[in-house]
Ligand binder design. Structure first.
Ligand code: MD6
Ligand code: FE
Length: 219
C-alpha cells in the first residue's frame, strides 16, 4: 500500500479533516456526512411547514438564492432593509422550530472549531439552483457578533469566495462539498464572502440543488 493511499483511507474512515482558512475560520470537511440522513429528513420537515422564497434586496433586486428560516428568529430582506424577525412575513406566524439534529450539529461543529457554548437562535436555509449565486457580503445584522457562525453545505458542490475585512481585499476560492461545515468567528467574523454561480449536477439527497444551513446567534 502506498503512503498516499493509506492517508486517503484514514481520511475516509474518520470522515472529517480540518482546514484552517485563517485565525477564527475553519472548514471541517465531511463533518455533517455521518448525520446526512437525519439532517435531510429534518430539512424536509421544515420545508413542509414553510416554503422557500426569493427575497427582494433593499435595492429592489430578487435574490437568486431561495431562502427559508427555522428557529426563534429568521433573517429577512425587503425594500426596508435586512433584519431578524421572529415572524415569517409570508405567513404571519413564527418560523418552524429548529430541529434538534440541526442544533446538535451546530453545537458540535462550533466546539470542534474551538467556539464552545454556541447556542444559535436562528438558522437560515439557503437553496441554490444552477446559476444562483451570492455576491460578496458581510454578515453583520446579528447582535451576537461575539458568537461564531456555523455553515453547513449539503448537496451539490459550490465555490465559496473568502475575502478580507474590506470589500476590495483579494478573495480566495474555497470549494465546499456535501457535508462540509465552516465555523467562523472571532477575528474572522466580519470577513467578506460570497458564493460563485452554482453548476448543474445531481446529488443523491438534494437532486439539482445545493442547500446551505447557516446558524447564528441573532439576538
Ligand atoms: C452559503 N453562506 O454558503 C452562504 N455567511 O451558501 C454565507 O453567506 C455564510 O457560509 C457567513 C458565514 C458562513 C457562511
Ligand atoms: Fe454570509
Amino acid at each position: 500500500m502506498t503512503p498516499d493511499l493509506f492517508e486517503f483511507e484514514e481520511r475516509e474512515q474518520q470522515q472529517a479533516w480540518r482546514e484552517q482558512l485563517c485565525p477564527g475560520a475553519v472548514v471541517l470537511h465531511g463533518f455533517a456526512v455521518q448525520d446526512e440522513a437525519a439532517v435531510f429528513a429534518a430539512l424536509l420537515g421544515v420545508t413542509s411547514e414553510a416554503p422557500f422564497r426569493h427575497l427582494i434586496t433593499p435595492g429592489g433586486f430578487r435574490m437568486s438564492v431561495a431562502m427559508l428560516n427555522c428557529g426563534a428568529y429568521g433573517w429577512v430582506s425587503d425594500r426596508n432593509g435586512y433584519r431578524y424577525d421572529a415572524i415569517d412575513p409570508e405567513s404571519g406566524k413564527p418560523w418552524p422550530r429548529m430541529p434538534d439534529v440541526f442544533l446538535k450539529l451546530a453545537r458540535d461543529a462550533a466546539a470542534s472549531g474551538e467556539f464552545e457554548g454556541f447556542e444559535p437562535d436562528a438558522c437560515l436555509i439557503n437553496r441554490y439552483e444552477p446559476g444562483a449565486r451570492l455576491s460578496l457580503h458581510q454578515d453583520k445584522d446579528e447582535r451576537g457578533l461575539d458568537a461564531p457562525i456555523v455553515s453547513v453545505s449539503l448537496g451539490l458542490p459550490a465555490v465559496f469566495l473568502w475575502g478580507g475585512l474590506r470589500r476590495e481585499d483579494k478573495s480566495v476560492r474555497v470549494p465546499l462539498m456535501h457535508g462540509d461545515v465552516m465555523v467562523w468567528g472571532g477575528p474572522a467574523r466580519l470577513r467578506y464572502h460570497g458564493v460563485l454561480p452554482l453548476k448543474e449536477g445531481n446529488h443523491h439527497l438534494t437532486g439539482g440543488y445545493r442547500i446551505n444551513l447557516t446558524f447564528r446567534k441573532a439576538t
